[in-house]
Design a protein around this ligand. Structure first.
Ligand code: 3PY
Ligand code: MG
Length: 263
């Protein structure tokens, strides 16, 4: 089976830079996949992407060096199994708040006897290779999103889930619940403490800590703080910002700074 280069990098303690796709286009997926990201995630939760588009985006990513990942819309086994069959090499699952939810998530990603994934590997075979069924349980990356107060309180039990590779902080949702305002780069003391706490629990338990960021500079800061997987903004933020910068430069104006959410 094709090696999951994200898992390999993480095992070798190399940080992973992960692109993020919200635009439903195989062409923009292909462009992003060729830019040097270790992985690129197709976002089915907040991206404007249906399953038919996700399939063509995963096909496009397959022709690039980036490992294709999917952020599913929710913790529904059927959807998780479907994106894996479509060739996702890892799943990021939003809103995991309890160890039971984490177990359900991981179980949907694993074939028996480790889980309940139904057999029909489809594109898994095309992208992963003929021996995909024998090794998929080992190669598929599983990251549970921590974005609620309850998830934070249950972080130890969530990290102890068998087969869970680690967690991925959704800083907008987490700061919304902790501070009342969504902000990916919040400096509210409760958010700073929460982020430090998650990183330290991951380090202690030898699990991956990932986080969504609004820029490359913010992502570098997160790596310095101990995160192993960072997303330096999504395609929409990057497209909007690059356009605003080009327009400002063309007009001789100052380059506008993005808002707190990164858009
Ligand atoms: C969040 O910040 O809540 C996310 O889910 C990132 O996309
Ligand atoms: Mg979120």
């Amino acid at each position: 089976m094709r090696v999951n280069n994200v898992k390999k990098a993480l095992a070798e303690k190399r940080p992973v830079v992960n692109g993020w796709l919200a635009i439903p286009s195989s062409y923009s997926a292909e462009i992003m996949g060729h830019q040097g990201y270790d992985a690129v995630t197709v976002d089915l939760q907040h991206g404007m992407i249906d399953f038919a588009s996700a399939l063509t985006m995963l096909q496009a990513l397959s022709a690039t060096p980036a490992v294709p990942l999917v952020r599913v819309a929710d913790n529904t086994p059927a959807q998780i199994m479907r994106v894996l069959d479509a060739g996702a090499y890892g799943v990021i699952c939003p809103m995991i708040s309890t160890p039971e939810q984490a177990r359900q998530f991981v179980s949907a990603c694993r074939y028996s006897p480790e889980g309940i994934r139904s057999f029909g590997p489809a594109r898994g075979l095309l992208y992963g290779g003929a021996d995909y069924p024998q090794h998929a349980n080992r190669e598929i990356l599983t990251l549970a999103m921590i974005e609620t107060r309850e998830g934070l309180a249950n972080i130890d039990a969530i990290l102890d889930t068998d087969g869970l590779d680690g967690v991925f902080i959704g800083p907008n949702d987490l700061s919304l619940t902790l501070t009342g305002a969504a902000s990916a780069e919040s400096t509210h003391p409760e958010m700073l403490a929460a982020i430090e706490w998650v990183v330290s629990r991951c380090r202690e338990k030898n699990k991956i800590a990932g986080i969504f960021c609004t820029s490359g500079a913010a992502a570098a800061q997160r790596i310095a703080e101990g995160f192993n997987v960072v997303t330096p903004a999504n395609d929409v933020m990057q497209l909007g910002r690059a356009s605003r910068e080009a327009i400002a430069l063309a007009r001789g104006n100052a380059i506008p700074t993005p808002g707190a959410s990164g858009y």
